[in-house]
Design a protein around this ligand. Sequence first.
Ligand code: M6R
Length: 614
Amino acid sequence: MCGIVGYIGDKPVVDILLNGLQQLEYRGYDSAGVAVMCENKINVYKAEGKLENLSSELLIHKDEYKNSTMGIGHIRWATHGAPNVINAHPHTCNCGSLVIVHNGIIENYKELKSELEKKGAKFRSQTDTEAVAHLIAYIYNETKNLTEAVRLAAQKIDGAYALCVMHSDKKDELVATKRNAPLLVGVGENEYYVASDVPATIPYTKKAMYLNDNQIVTLTRQSMTLIDSEGNELPKKVETLPWEPVALSKMGYKHFMLKEIHEQPDVIRNVLTGKIHSSDEPIILNEVKLTKESLKNLNRIQIIACGTSLHAAMIGKYIIEDFCGIAVDVEASSEYIYRKTVTDEHTLVIGVSQSGETADTLTAIKQSKARGSHILIITNRPDSAMAREADSLLSVNAGIEVSVAATKSYMAQLVSFYLLAIYMAEIKGNMNTEALKTLKSDLTLVPQKIEQILSHKEYIQKCAQYYANTKDFIYVARGINYPTALEGALKLKEISYINATGYPAGELKHGPIAMLDESMPVLSILMKGSVYEKLLSNSEEAKARNARMIALTNSKDEKLKDLFDFIIEVPEIQELLSPLIAIVPLQLIAYYISEYLGKDVDQPRNLAKSVTVE
Ligand code: M6R
């Protein structure tokens, strides 16, 4: 996480840096800072908290940097050291002539620090980054060559980094490099932009060069030079990005999250466009390169993801096993990468990630790729590092999601899994064609069913407000909606900080039931189908312990009225597609509780949208 930006050209730099940081705010928001080249020295400005605090700080000093046209900036998600001004980037060497911004984690910073302290470095912050500032400065003092100093310093660093560096001796030079963290250079007319992600550069130029690991780029106003870790000059691959600048607007909604929840019907329509033409025709997934032969050679499928994407993956497992009869394992990427996995060329590995740059998932994907597995990536960012590792790509087209809590991207991932499972079942030819047809036509009806839920959201709001002051919340479900319970609980935890947990309802009596009493809300996801009666019995057991019962259901069953205090009704849908419907009221409950409690809905504490550290 963290976002870095840099600019060298002839425009006033501070506006460009601030605009860029604003676009990268999803990467972190606990402090921010910029360093700008002024007449005789580099000035550094920092502020704790949101970017607006830095903007106010900069306004006070506007006369100091008004002619400056070169600088670097940073927005932080703290890893080492508290989120305060001292730990905010940019970090400097002892005398302040060298400044750096960094995204990533320097694993050997303690060793570097003690070596550098012996040489006279004075550390001021608790960050890992400061060691790199002193290290580069120390080498620079010997070589007087900034690119070379960065190159040699990089050889001493263990860990992940994207770095942008400047030195007060070099009034026309910015140097940047990366390893296992994203970085690109936006290419303009006699000007260059450095950024962690495209939204920071696209308002200025569509031309960009993505850096590969261990490459070092040196930018002057007139030139861009790329070298490898050995110092050999490399050809530069400048692409024209298929992006348009988008004005991020709440469109009248109070928060981005509420807007994004409401966008879900259109997101589904988008995902389906061009992939389902009619229920009689096979699904078309142009960038998925699986064949009857390759599916025959598969022993199993392994899906790897984190957070909300992991919950989408769990539903993916359920439907792929159901539709295709292939064994599927799902694992959190952070666990997958540190054990001896039995992945090989007979395993299809599916990585799921909204951002396409989650460090754990990216590492897991690279490990499986090295073992010869076919890599299929489901992502909202077809230009991401993960997409670049893909043999097959399923781009979910959810559009930019601003709220840190994922909603519409989850919906798009789910729909993509349905498409993939049907696509594979069609290739394998093992599923009843009538059932496949019905699935396809029922999928196209989901958007209007979600619109129905959204048009009755006031009841959900009332229910949410009724429970807003609870300390704990339990969600239960069985079968295909167990991951829905987990996702509902995650949404509530993330944005309201209430201790919420999802359980498979059958597990309640094996322990969690001990927690139930008249203070505990229990929400049952009671969708009609194979586990409906079983879940009803589990809900009776919870009611018998005086829990405060809420039903989320598509059943008109009269007996629910005796059992539940609130009944949230959703439209009828076949059981296999019910996760698409059931999640929407849960997103709304989380939203309305958070909003009622006055929390920061779109930027909850301690979180970042893109998690680029392991
Ligand atoms: O970008 P990714 O989908 O790989 O991100 C994974 C998780 O960090 C993400 O889903 C996170 O759990 C969201 N904040 C959930 O709302």
